[in-house]
Design a protein around this ligand. Sequence first.
Ligand code: ATP
Ligand code: MG
Length: 420
Amino acid sequence: MTKFSRPTGTLDILPEEQPYWDYIIDYMTKVARGYGFQPISLPIFEDTQLFSRGVGEVTDIVEKEMYSFLDKGDNSITLRPEFTAGIVRAYIENGMQVEPKPVKLYSIGPAFRYERPQAGRFRQFHQFNAELIGSPSPLADLETMLMAWDIYNGLGFKDLAFQLNSTGCPKCRPGYVNVLVEYYREHIDEVCDNCKRRLAQNPLRVLDCKSDQCQPVIAAAPKIQEHLCAECATHFADLRGFLDDLGRPYTINHRLVRGLDYYTKTVFEVWAEGIGAQSAVCGGGRYDGLIELLGGAHTPAVGFATGLERVVMLLKAQEVAVPPIPAPPVFVVFLGKQMRSPAMQLLVQIRAADINGHIAMSGSLKSQLRQADKRGARFALILGEDEALRGEVILRDLKDGAQVSISQAALVDELSRRLS
Ligand code: ATP
Ligand code: MG
């Protein structure tokens, strides 16, 4: 028989891993709602063109990483590689521009990129994504960054570094790109082949090159900060001022350009130690042109996404204690086959009173009690024929082994009292 295994670059998130996921998803949801973000859930697949146009033709995602296929109706479909394009599509399609601005939305779910799998880099991964749509103010950029901050702080992370840059706008970026290309032409023999290609197709990305050979050229490259138009420079200065006033540390990183075409003005990432080469846990920025590009009215917006697998890696690397998923406190034990149904009735009765419990499917008294222990139950309810005849049940405290026979009618009250 063929043995099946999970596709390359995917993860089975087994029950023992789930406390990490519960913990981060609960916390992120709590922070997002506290900030006034509303949940939105969208299809996992969209029209391929939404991404090629929205993310940008000359990006790693669109050139190499998309899971695209023709469906049975010959439509080109792509599994979402990121959330923003889909959210913008939904914003436009559902007429959300009439809602009070900014519209604040968050989502949690899987995303798909055909990448070379490594630690922290998967082909199916999960993101928490937040978008704040409809405000050009640097306060909006600040708000998204603060939310990222609060999430990581509240989860218990230490030593995170906020990296910040401005990538300008369609008014000032082309001027900078010309200067950058000019500079690279003078150094063309010193850079890698990839950068030679990038220079022709998506010049900003040369700043992002990881090859050793290119590092001295990048270090001495002209900086976009010196080429921002007045509007972008003021926006960036305001944002930095707000962060300074709040005492939030950040590093200006001239090399930070981000891999998606849609960013304007602010871009930021959060970096962390302890997750190997994949040091970014979060990436985001402003995308003032995207909504118009996808057919809506000109609408400024800003957002970010954080990779949940990387957040889980970080929890482990930083040894953050995560609360276990609570086990049902009660375990029902029956003595003999004829007690199966009465035992189940007892369990149904306590469940109706919101007291959670398990039942053994079979086994001797000893083995059922062992199961109760293994499953972390606090109390066992033991039902034998004698107890059943008297309308009673044995309540055994599994911590100290003390047990009493109590009336079944008083069971819910007694359990509630002991569990509170
Ligand atoms: P990287 O530089 O690591 O490739 P990115 O810039 O491509 O990241 P974004 O598009 O900004 O990533 O996505 C936001 C976040 O999603 C990242 O900071 C990271 O935590 C996570 N992420 C992105 N790609 C993957 C992946 N293939 N596997 C796991 N997490 C990912
Ligand atoms: Mg990437």
